[in-house]
Design a protein around this ligand. Structure first.
Ligand SMILES: Cc1cc2nc3c(=O)[nH]c(=O)nc-3n(C[C@H](O)[C@H](O)[C@H](O)COP(=O)(O)O)c2cc1C
Length: 425
């Protein structure tokens, strides 16, 4: 990364403007969201932008940032700044990670390859989602030398869990993120109102259809069930069958005649998640990988304590960007008590609601080691593929760099609660 990503990014935008070149992505949040909306189908935008219930958790995530203000200090020589952090024995050029996001083909055909390439350019870890549109082996291989992590949804099939973790480790993943908050899909009115779940169309299940254990489950199902009646064909059914056949590995025409793509969707909907999991189940993954394990979705300090007790190497304080439980605590409001409880035994990462460099600065000041960002780069991907996702992430890093200096600080370790003031709400 350049010595000052803030000044370099800013001057590249202004110099471009002087010769008539407009930035690829808007820097302001509202304009970014509007541009992404215009680039996506209505169903796709609803899936990405939407949250659970009345979206009060998402509102709370935003309001929690508004409760803090930064108190800048002057004349402290902030001419040279360093955004780098150390995490799991590796030095990263910035404290930003791309959050795992599923079904990226809804945003752009480059999908996971787009964000994998964008993050590789910036030295940001790419967390492959369990619900990716492209298998992890392909995205990791496309960005050799970059930092790759894998996010796991705990399936009802332990064999599948073992297979996915093994594949990720073999393909070079540096960490496993287990997402705990999605043992059932949240109640999402924007998707319910258009009756649209991408997985039911065969989208976002590439980690499964590329998996030998999952393929065996599908073959067993086909062998053991009586021939199902073909659904009555109408335009929607036809479109769904075409979608499923297009997304299943192998030739489109033989997929169209085969039961496999349809059965794969049925099997996926059954094995996707397991609500009966308890802390004891974590030993299963712990004993099957040497990689650091991070638990994503922690919001209570006692759960942070249990996570450490059960062998977690890191915690991600997250409420899934408000997509799971409505009227839940804002993730930022949960952060300080968790940081206090963890007391530096493992890194505490944070996500949900980050929209600007100042938001990153506040989360870091409240004790996060690094932050994950979700919707902002998905919007960039929707607008411009790899280049769009890269531009959004670069803007966030630029704003973070400038605001680090403008607040009177030069290193991420300078960011402590002392630089903040709490606003009475
Ligand atoms: C469209 C979409 C899909 C997501 N898919 C996943 C996923 O597959 N796995 C996961 O752990 N989190 C997933 N998340 C949650 C993100 O990892 C992250 O927690 C959240 O986006 C952070 O909030 P933000 O969007 O406000 O930055 C998804 C989020 C969005 C918006």
């Amino acid at each position: 990364m350049a010595a000052s990503i803030g000044r370099d990014t800013q001057s590249s935008i202004y110099r471009g403007g002087a010769v008539g070149r407009k930035p690829l992505v808007p820097a302001s949040w509202d304009a970014l969201e509007a541009a992404a909306r215009a680039s996506m189908s209505a169903d796709a935008f609803a899936y990405v932008a939407g949250s659970a219930g009345r979206e009060k958790t998402t509102d709370a995530n935003a309001a929690a940032f508004d409760a803090w203000q930064i108190v800048p200090r002057m004349l402290r020589d902030v001419g040279s700044r360093d955004l780098s952090i150390d995490l799991f024995g590796r030095n990263y050029p910035s404290p930003v990670i791309a959050a795992p996001v599923g079904v990226l083909e809804l945003a752009h055909p480059e999908a996971d390859l787009g964000i994998a390439r964008a993050t590789a350019i910036l030295g940001i870890p790419y967390v492959a989602s369990n619900q990716a549109s492209i298998a992890l082996e392909e995205t990791f291989a496309a960005t050799p030398g970059a930092s790759h992590w894998f996010q796991l949804y705990w399936s009802s099939s332990d064999d599948l869990v073992e297979s996915l973790v093994g594949r990720a480790e073999k393909a070079g993943a540096e960490a496993i993120v287990i997402t705990l908050d999605t043992h059932m899909l949240g109640w999402r009115p924007r998707d319910l109102d258009v009756a649209y779940l991408p997985f039911a169309h065969g989208l976002g299940i590439a980690q499964y259809t590329s998996d030998p254990v999952f393929r065996r489950l599908v073959a067993d199902r086909i062998a053991s069930t009586a021939p199902s009646s073909t659904p009555r064909i109408n335009v929607t059914v036809l479109r769904t069958l075409l979608d499923m056949s297009r997304h299943y590995p192998g030739s489109f025409w033989s997929n169209l005649r085969s039961k496999e793509p349809r059965t794969a969707v049925d099997v996926f909907l059954e094995v996707f998640s397991r609500s009966s999991l308890t802390w004891k189940n974590l030993d299963f993954v712990r004993s099957r990988t040497k990689l650091p394990i991070l638990l994503k979705g922690i919001q209570h300090p006692d759960d942070a304590e249990l996570a450490i007790k059960h062998g977690a190497d890191g915690i991600i304080v997250s409420n899934h960007g408000g997509r799971q439980l409505d009227r839940a605590i804002a993730s930022l409001d949960a952060l300080p008590a968790i940081v206090a409880k963890v007391n530096e035994r493992v890194p505490v990462l944070f996500d949900s609601g980050i929209r600007s460099g100042s938001d990153i600065l506040i989360a870091l000041a409240l004790g996060a080691t690094a932050v994950l960002v979700g919707r902002p780069w998905v919007y960039g991907l929707a607008i411009g593929g790899t280049a769009g996702a890269e531009a959004v992430l670069r803007n966030l890093l630029a704003e973070l760099d400038l605001n680090l200096g403008l607040s009177g600080n030069t290193r991420i370790s300078d960011l402590t609660p002392d630089i903040l003031d709490r606003v009475a709400r």
